[in-house]
Structure formats: structure tokens, C-alpha cells
Design a binder for this molecule. Structure first.
Ligand SMILES: Nc1ncnc2c1ncn2[C@@H]1O[C@H](COP(=O)(O)OP(=O)(O)O)[C@@H](O)[C@H]1O
Ligand SMILES: [Mg+2]
Length: 538
């Protein structure tokens, strides 16, 4: 369908791609992964013709159409919503415009041209364009009231949905998306997962969202060492099988046939689980064809995130009575009563992200509630990852070693060797440990903040959107560490997989009280009774 030959890309001295040769096939969905700055977005821009490579070719099969999910949310501000969607099929849109113009300037001569154009238009199924575009929009939750509004009158969330409809419009043969789930709510992501899982054409996606990658991908395309390698299976298969292979490589005494058997058994169990899942059929069949030969040991480095507690908390954890908060006249949450139990891992959610952040700030005493009270158990110690960490990085003179030293608790921890070792495990090695703390990228800052939390060895962890800015490796490592943590956790995350695998209790903050359930995240969002309740409470 789409082939890439001898592709090289270089910016100054930096080589992003070196003689890449690869193919993307009809019917497959490729999830492109790679470290921050590895070149994922650049690769998508090059295969879609938005950017030229340094050398090499990209070839799309003749007669096939490609579409790209636009990242610039404001590019279509001057157009109507429905029109923006139809523009997803450029050729069709052009003919439609021409016909409209000829009608506006009607003459015998133009009538003949109109007739010719209408034949082509009909062949392209143009008469159904408006209704198809409208159906896509409605499925994505953009109601008919907006179909003839101008794009600039929509809010950010609505715009993203229109742009997704634009990319999907007219069933492109190759669909390319760069981080499509950013800025989408769970319901819309679920719709997109389901849509793409049933989509038979070639899809190429960059995403950090593991749940999304698992739901839609038949292949994982790993960008590393300036090359791209495709692996059969979804993200979880890629992650777990490559970890297993890496472990096997270290077991030198184990017989190779035993290793092979172990991998085959792994594939068998994995495929059985996929078959049981609700995943849509056409993609599912692809994932069932997995081979031992496709499994390669991972060379990826994952940060060593381990949360230990200095001492276990007693039974009194946190008691909240009648807590309320408004902001600029808007009620964030009201009359909140919560009794936290030891070992609870609570996903705190709300349709209003400000409500969640205010809640964390109040119970960590960096903001005051309007009314109500809370008390932490005397044996508890808290450590908090705020949504906005900028106040921790104001002193530009500190290098990372000195920055982290501020949070050392013992003489041993103040030693350079100790801190260097610690930073090394968080993948700041050698020279990187001497970077100034105010030049760090968003993801690096979060890794520093997590290091600070690990040093604190608290028995209660509070995390407000910890996965923002993190790469897949760090998300995976943090996810595993919270599953294994023996203490109590309150967290909020847009990452579906994270919420599903960590939480055993869900608390939703609304302007009219809370919904509080001991259940998993998936059960919570799919329960029809809770859905009904949620609609009433906002
Ligand atoms: N036009 C450009 N000129 C110079 N450097 C660039 C340009 N575009 C991207 N880069 C650099 O190339 C690297 C890869 O960028 P990108 O493709 O956005 O990475 P990813 O999407 O994998 O995070 C980054 O280090 C980025 O700064
Ligand atoms: Mg990118």
C-alpha cells in the first residue's frame, strides 16, 4: 500500500533516519512508538508529503488516497463545520466547489461543464457527502446544531472531533494520525477505538495511549537507532513478549527448546485472552497470527521507579467531611464525604479537571476549602505530585544532583554517589545529571518529581495526571510501580490503562456530591446505572 525506500532524514548533525526501507500493508494498523524526539512526528509528516526527506522515496500505490489527522486545531476556523469534514476528501471538495461556482455564474456554456462535473461527482458518491459527513459528526458527539457553525465558534474539544471526522471522511486507503487521543475524553476515545478496530484500510498512528494501541493495532512499529522495525501484535504483546525474551537472554543455562516452549506458551495464553476480549473482529484475527520468530528481546531502558514506605500506616488514613469548593462562581465539588481505607487505590475523576486539582491542593494544604474539614491519620505521610510542577524548578542555578539533594532525608542520601546512582536509575546518566533543572523538558521534570517522591518514602501517594509529558517507557514503569505499591494511592490520569490497572476504587467529584464505588475503572465507565447517575449529577 505504502512503501518507503532508502529514506534518510538529517537535521544538522543529527541523523533521525538512516536508509530506512519498509512497507505498510493494506488491512494493518501500525502503532508507531519510540522515545521522545526519536522522529515519530517527522516520519508521519514525511510519509504524508508534508515534509521532504533528506533523501529517499515514499510511494503510495496509484489511485489510493491518504488522509492525515490535522494537529493544527485552528487551521479551518473560517470554514463551516460540515464543509471542514468534507474537505477531508480534497478532490471531492474541489469538484463540489467548482459546481457551486458554475451555478452561481449560470450560462449555457457553464451548464455543460456542470453536467460533466456532476458525472465525476456522482462516481465519487458526492451526493451522499453531506449526509455521510453529518453521520460521522453525530457519531463523534458533534450535534446537528453545530454542523453549520463556523469552526472558530467551537471549543477546543469539539474542534478535535470535527478534525477526526475530517480525517475519517470518505474512507481513506491510508489513515495517518499523530497522537489522536490527546485532548479527547474517555467516551470519544472509546468510540474512536471501536471505529478503528473495525476499519479495514491501512492505519498508521503515533500514540502514547497503551489502551488505545492495544485496541486498534495489529503491528507495533518501533523507531530506534534511526530505523523502523515492525512487530506483529498489539502494544501489550510487544511489551510483554520483548521483556520475556530479554529475561530469557540472561538465563544462559536454560535450554533453547525450553525457551521456545515458554514463548509458545506465552503466545497461546495471549491469543486466548485476545479472543475473549470484546475487540472488534477484523483486527482481532490479525492479532491471533503471532509467531515465536516475531519476538525480539527489548533493548529499551525503563526508569527504575520503586515506591517504598518508611513505615506502614495504621488503619486511620484520611477522613473527609462536607468538603466544598467553588472557583470563580463555578461549583467544583460539593459536600464531599470520604473515608479512605488502608490499601485503597483511588482513581479520583471529574468532568471538570479543575475540580480534581483543587481537591488535591486542599487535602495537601496548599489551598483552602470553602467549607468542610479533613484529617489525615497520625501515622500517615503524604507525597504529592501536583499537576503544575513549575514552582519546583524556579532556581535555575541548581543542577539535577543539587536539585534532588534538597529532598534527601539521610546523610547517605546527600552523597553525590548516591544521588548519581539514583538519577542513573531514572535514566539521567553521566553528563545529564549535571543539566540545569530549569532547562528540562516536560517529561524530564516529571521524572525528577517522581525521584523526589521516591526519596520521601511516604505511605500515601497523591498524583495529579502523572502520565502527562511522560514517554511510554516511563508510563509503563510508573504504572507497574503503582500496581506494586503496598500503601494507599489517590491519583487522576487520562491514561485508560493506568486507571484500569491501578485503581480498586473510583471516586467522582461533581458539583452535586460524589459517586464512590469499589470497582474497576472499566466497570465504572460501562455501568449503565452509574452512567445515568452521572448525567444527573453535573
Ligand atoms: N524542521 C526541523 N529542524 C530541525 N530539527 C527538527 C525539525 N523537526 C524536528 N526536529 C528535531 O527532530 C527530532 C524529532 O522530532 P519529532 O519527529 O517531533 O519527534 P517525536 O515525535 O518522536 O517526539 C527532535 O529532536 C526535533 O527537535
Ligand atoms: Mg511527536
Amino acid at each position: 500500500m505504502l512503501s518507503v525506500s532508502n529514506l534518510s532524514v538529517q537535521f544538522g548533525k543529527r541523523i533521525l533516519f538512516d536508509e530506512v526501507n519498509t512497507k505498510f500493508q493494506q488491512g494493518n494498523c501500525y502503532g508507531i512508538i519510540g522515545a521522545n524526539g526519536a522522529g515519530k512526528s517527522t516520519f508521519l509528516k514525511i510519509i504524508s508529503g508534508k515534509q521532504d526527506p533528506t533523501s529517499g522515496q515514499v510511494h503510495l500505490e496509484t489511485g489510493k488516497r491518504m488522509s492525515f489527522l490535522n494537529q493544527n486545531h485552528n487551521e479551518f476556523d473560517e470554514y463551516l463545520v460540515l464543509e471542514t469534514v468534507i474537505m477531508g476528501n480534497k478532490d471531492l471538495f474541489k469538484i463540489k466547489k467548482q459546481i457551486d461556482q458554475l451555478y452561481a455564474d449560470y450560462s449555457d456554456e457553464n451548464a455543460e461543464k456542470i453536467g460533466e462535473l456532476q458525472i465525476v461527482f456522482e462516481e465519487m458518491n458526492g451526493w451522499n457527502a453531506d449526509s455521510e459527513a453529518a453521520a460521522l459528526l453525530s457519531n463523534l458527539g458533534v450535534s446537528e446544531n453545530y454542523h453549520y457553525s463556523e469552526m472558530k465558534d467551537l471549543d477546543g474539544k469539539q474542534k478535535v472531533r470535527v478534525l477526526i471526522a475530517q480525517a475519517l471522511f470518505g474512507n481513506p486507503d491510508v489513515l495517518i494520525m499523530d497522537e489522536p487521543t490527546n485532548d479527547l475524553d474517555f467516551e470519544t476515545i472509546a468510540w474512536l477505538e471501536n471505529f478503528l478496530a473495525n476499519y479495514d484500510n491501512c492505519v498508521i498512528i503515533v500514540s502514547h495511549d497503551r489502551h488505545f494501541l492495544d485496541a486498534v493495532c495489529t503491528h507495533i512499529s518501533d523507531i530506534d537507532f534511526s530505523k523502523i522495525n515492525h512487530y506483529s501484535g498489539n502494544y501489550t504483546f510487544w511489551y510483554e513478549s520483548s521483556q520475556l525474551a530479554a529475561k530469557q537472554r540472561a538465563q544462559q543455562n536454560k535450554k533453547s527448546e525450553d525457551k521456545k516452549k515458554e514463548l509458545e506458551e506465552f503466545i497461546r495464553r495471549f491469543s486466548a485472552n485476545v479472543a475473549k476480549s470484546k475487540q472488534a473482529t477484523s483486527r482481532k484475527k490479525m492479532i491471533e497470527k503471532l509467531n515465536v520468530e516475531d519476538i525480539k528481546p527489548s533493548s529499551r531502558r525503563y526508569p527504575a521507579i520503586i515506591f517504598d514506605q518508611d513505615r506502614e500506616a495504621g488503619d486511620q488514613i484520611l477522613n473527609i467531611e462536607g468538603l466544598s469548593k467553588s472557583f470563580e462562581g463555578e461549583k467544583l465539588f460539593n459536600d464531599v464525604h470520604i473515608n479512605l481505607n488502608k490499601g485503597d487505590k483511588v482513581a479520583v475523576i471529574s468532568k471538570n479537571s479543575r475540580a480534581v486539582s483543587a481537591f488535591y491542593q486542599i487535602i495537601t494544604e496548599s489551598q483552602k476549602a470553602d467549607s468542610g474539614k479533613f484529617s489525615w491519620g497520625v501515622t500517615t505521610t503524604q507525597s504529592y505530585l501536583p499537576l503544575d510542577n513549575s514552582s519546583f524548578f524556579l532556581d535555575g542555578n541548581l543542577n539535577l544532583v543539587d536539585w534532588l539533594r534538597q529532598y534527601a532525608q539521610t546523610e547517605e542520601e546527600r552523597e553525590e554517589v548516591f544521588i548519581r546512582g539514583f538519577l542513573g536509575k531514572m535514566i539521567f546518566s553521566g553528563e545529564e545529571a549535571l543539566k540545569k533543572s530549569n532547562v528540562l523538558s516536560g517529561g524530564e521534570k516529571v521524572r525528577c518529581m517522581l525521584s523526589r517522591m521516591m526519596m520521601k518514602r511516604a505511605n500515601i501517594l497523591l498524583l495529579d495526571e502523572p502520565t502527562n509529558h511522560l514517554d511510554l517507557e516511563s508510563i509503563q514503569a510508573l504504572n507497574n510501580s503503582l500496581i506494586n505499591f503496598k500503601g494507599t494511592v489517590l491519583f487522576t490520569s487520562h491514561d485508560h490503562e493506568f486507571s484500569q490497572t491501578v485503581a480498586n476504587r473510583i471516586i467522582e467529584l461533581t458539583p452535586n456530591g460524589i459517586i464512590d464505588r469499589y470497582t474497576t475503572f472499566d466497570e465504572y465507565i460501562s455501568d449503565p446505572k452509574i452512567k445515568e447517575l452521572r448525567e444527573k449529577m453535573y
